[in-house]
Design a protein around this ligand. Structure first.
Ligand code: AMP
Ligand code: MG
Length: 401
C-alpha cells in the first residue's frame, strides 16, 4: 500500500474516530469510586427529595395568617406548644394561634405553613411574641421541592463531579452505573527518546508524550496502559502495536507519523490493519494518522509535544468521548486578542493563548517543539480553515485546557 499525506478536514478525522470507536461498556461502581466516572444511564429520584417538608431556619412553625400585620409595636402573640426534635418524625399538629419551635432541618408540624426566624421572636412564659410577619412557605422547603419522585436528576454522559456525588448520595444511589474505562495503549516512538529518569545524552530527549498522553487519557475517563519507548525499527514497532491493539481498546502512537522515510507508523498500522486518514488540515498537528488494528482504533500523534497536545484534544478527545459516552462540557472563556494572529486558509489553526486576567488573550507563537508555551498558555483559540487570520481586538472563544 502506498501512503500519501492526503490532508482531510478536522471534521472528517473526528467523524472517522467516532465511526470506529468501540461501543460504551457499562459497569457498576460503588458511589465511593464514582468520582470522575461518566454516567452510563440517567439517574432519577426514587422518591421525593426532601421526603418531608422541613425548616431551613431555626425558628417557630406558625400559621402564616396569624402573623399578618405583626410588628415591633404590635407583636402577634402565639401559644407555644413545645419543640420538634431533629430526626423525629412525629410533630404534633398546631392550630391557628399556636406555634412550635423547629430547628433547621426539622419536620414542619401539620397545620403550620411557615417558619418565623427565632431572631424575630421573643419567648415569654408559654407565649411567643412574633415581631415580623411571614408569608406562607417562608423559610421552608416543601416535600419534593428539590427533586420530585421520578424526575431525571443527572443525565447519562455526565462526568461525576464532587457535587454530583453529594446528590447521588442524597438520592440513595450507592451503586452507580458508569461507562467502563477504556484501556488505551500508549506507545512513544523515536530513537532519540530516553526514559524520564534518564539524563539525555547529546541529541537525546526525554519522552514527554507518554506522560502527556497518559494524563490526557485519565482526564477523559480512560485507563492508560504504557508500552514505553519503542525504537524506530519496523519489527519493534510491529510487536508493540500488535501487543497494544490486542490488550487495549484503543492505541495512541506518538512520533513517526509523518511521511518521511524514517516515519514508519502509517505503514506499520496499514500492515497490521488499516489506515483511514493520514494527514489532517490542522496546525500544529498535520501529520496525524487515524487507523485501526482489529477492533482497536489507532491514532498516530505527531511527536512534538505541543502538536501532540492539540491532536489529543481535537482528535483523541472525541474518540474517548465516544468510548465513554461523555457529553463533555467544554470549558471556554471569551477574550479579546492582544495581537494579530496570522493563519493559512484551508486548515484549522490552534493558537495557544495566555489569558491576562483583564479580558485579553495574548497569542503565544511558540514553535510546536517548545514546551514553554504549554506551561504559559491557558488554552487555545481556533482559527477556522475559512479565515486567513484573526485581528487584534477581535473577540475570540478560548478553549481552556
Ligand atoms: P517525529 O514526529 O517522530 O518526527 O518527532 C518530531 C519531534 O518531536 C522530534 O523533535 C522528536 O524528538 C520529538 N518527539 C517525538 N516523540 C517525542 C516524545 N515522546 N517526547 C518528546 N518529544 C518527542
Ligand atoms: Mg520520531
Amino acid at each position: 500500500m502506498k501512503l500519501f499525506l492526503e490532508v482531510v478536514p478536522v471534521e472528517e478525522a473526528v467523524a472517522a474516530v467516532r465511526r470506529i470507536a468501540p461501543p460504551v461498556v457499562e459497569e457498576t461502581v460503588p458511589l465511593e469510586e464514582a468520582y470522575g466516572r461518566v454516567l452510563a444511564r440517567d439517574i432519577s429520584a426514587g422518591e421525593d427529595i426532601p421526603g418531608f417538608t422541613r425548616s431551613v431556619k431555626d425558628g417557630y412553625a406558625v400559621v402564616a395568617a396569624d402573623t399578618t400585620g405583626a410588628g415591633e409595636a404590635m407583636p402577634a402573640m402565639l401559644e407555644n406548644t413545645g419543640r420538634v426534635a431533629m430526626g423525629a418524625a412525629e410533630a404534633r399538629a398546631i392550630a391557628p394561634g399556636q406555634c412550635c419551635y423547629v430547628p433547621t432541618g426539622g419536620v414542619i408540624p401539620p397545620g403550620a405553613d411557615a417558619i418565623v426566624m427565632v431572631e424575630y421572636t421573643e419567648a415569654v412564659g408559654d407565649e411567643v411574641l412574633v415581631h415580623r410577619p411571614v408569608a406562607p412557605g417562608e423559610n421552608l422547603i416543601a416535600r419534593g421541592e428539590d427533586f420530585a419522585a421520578g424526575a431525571v436528576v443527572l443525565e447519562a454522559g455526565r462526568r461525576c463531579s464532587p457535587r454530583d456525588l453529594g446528590v447521588l448520595a442524597a438520592l440513595g444511589v450507592a451503586e452507580v452505573p458508569v461507562a467502563a474505562r477504556p484501556r488505551v495503549g500508549i506507545i512513544s516512538t523515536g530513537n532519540e527518546l530516553v526514559p524520564v529518569a534518564a539524563t539525555p545524552g547529546p541529541a537525546q530527549v526525554r519522552d514527554a508524550n507518554t506522560s502527556l498522553a497518559s494524563g490526557f487519557v485519565i482526564e477523559r475517563g480512560g485507563e492508560p496502559v504504557r508500552y514505553g519507548i519503542v525504537r524506530d525499527e519496523r519489527a519493534a514497532l510491529e510487536e508493540a502495536l500488535a501487543a497494544a491493539a490486542a490488550e487495549c481498546d484503543a492505541v495512541l502512537l506518538s512520533g513517526g507519523s509523518s511521511k518521511d522515510e524514517r516515519d514508519m507508523c502509517a505503514a506499520v498500522i496499514a500492515d497490521a490493519g488499516e489506515v483511514l486518514i493520514h494527514g489532517v488540515a490542522i496546525a500544529p498537528g498535520k501529520p496525524t494518522i487515524v487507523g485501526r488494528v482489529g477492533p482497536a482504533p489507532v491514532i498516530g500523534l505527531p511527536g512534538h509535544p505541543a502538536s501532540t497536545c492539540v491532536v489529543l484534544i481535537v482528535v483523541a478527545g472525541p474518540l474517548l468521548a465516544a468510548m465513554t459516552g461523555e457529553r463533555r462540557a467544554v470549558r471556554t472563556a471569551t477574550a479579546r486578542l492582544t495581537q494579530n494572529v496570522p493563519s493559512e486558509r484551508g486548515r484549522d489553526d490552534y493558537v495557544r493563548v495566555a489569558l491576562d486576567g483583564e479580558g485579553g488573550a495574548a497569542p503565544l507563537f511558540g514553535k510546536s517543539g517548545l514546551l514553554n508555551t504549554l506551561v504559559a498558555s491557558s488554552g487555545v483559540v481556533r482559527v477556522p480553515a475559512s479565515r486567513e487570520g484573526l485581528e487584534t481586538g477581535e473577540e475570540v472563544e478560548v478553549l481552556l485546557w
